[in-house]
Design a protein around this ligand. Structure first.
Ligand code: HEM
Length: 236
């Protein structure tokens, strides 16, 4: 008789769900790094660079929708795994009076509270961001912005981003969300390696510092665009 939990059963165990959160988290980190690098083409000498790049990303529908589906699945699994682990942690220590403080009694650590709060705001941000720049329904005039690059007419993503961030409230919300992404990644990236079993002290320290550096780079890289727009780097 086989008493092992099986592939799907493994994901019901808490260590299985930790792996789900860790691996989907790594995939999402990979996406944000690539997305930030792509976005920094806003600073290229000509707007054609980012417009050409955006057009290229949408040139193969199968690749585009395959990647979007993978992102969606990773996001859903990441949230499901993280919330079920947080709930389980709380249930496991309902009356831990040895640790003082209401949050500690409820089994909530400061890190888990900030992860759930920052994660929720980031999710809200992503929904807004998709409506803003992908579906372009926050301001429908974005849909009509066109540029001619290499003799081809394409969407003027550069202009859309500049117009989008010229509203301080929207730029402010983006920078705030990037700040929360910073906190989320600083803790999250290091936890991934704890889950996959790296216990070596020197290596853990290195990973902790690398997570910190990555979080700073992403915060500065992403925020630089709305800040540059507000500083008037590009004229409308
Ligand atoms: C200042 C920061 C950012 C800028 C300027 C920016 C810019 C953009 C633009 C222009 C698009 C639409 C591309 C197009 O359809 O032509 C886009 C799509 C997207 N962005 Fe961002 N982004 C930023 C931050 C982020 C962050 C922090 C995340 C994730 C946490 C994110 C996640 C996404 C996703 C999931 C899409 C949809 C990709 C797709 O179409 O499949 N973005 N972004």
């Amino acid at each position: 008789m086989n008493s092992s939990p099986g592939f799907l059963g493994f994901f019901k165990t808490s260590i299985g769900r930790k792996w789900v959160v860790a691996l989907t988290g790594l995939f999402l980190i990979f996406f944000v790094i690539v997305h930030m690098a792509g976005n920094l083409q806003m600073f290229a000498p000509t707007p054609d660079t980012i417009n050409r790049y955006a057009e290229l990303l949408k040139s193969n529908a199968l690749v585009l929708w395959g990647f979007r589906a993978a992102l969606l699945v990773a996001t859903v699994l990441h949230i499901w795994g993280a919330l079920s682990l947080a709930r389980e942690n709380r249930a496991a220590k309902p009356m831990n009076y040895a640790v003082t403080g209401r949050k500690a009694r409820l089994g909530l650590t400061w890190a888990s509270v900030t992860m759930v709060i920052s994660g929720t705001v980031i999710l809200g941000f992503v929904v807004f961001h998709l409506l803003h720049f992908t579906a372009q329904v926050v301001d429908r005039s974005y849909q009509e912005m066109e540029a001619v690059v290499d003799g081809r007419t394409m969407h003027d993503v550069h202009r859309m981003v500049v117009v989008g961030f010229s509203k301080p409230l929207i730029s402010g919300f983006y920078v705030l969300a990037m700040g929360l992404l910073f906190f989320h990644l600083r803790h999250g990236a290091a936890s991934v390696f704890q889950t996959i079993g790296i216990r070596d002290r020197a290596l853990s320290r290195l990973i902790e510092n690398a997570s910190w550096a990555l979080a700073v780079i992403l915060f500065v890289g992403f925020s630089s665009i709305p800040v540059a727009v507000l500083l008037g780097v590009w004229k409308l």
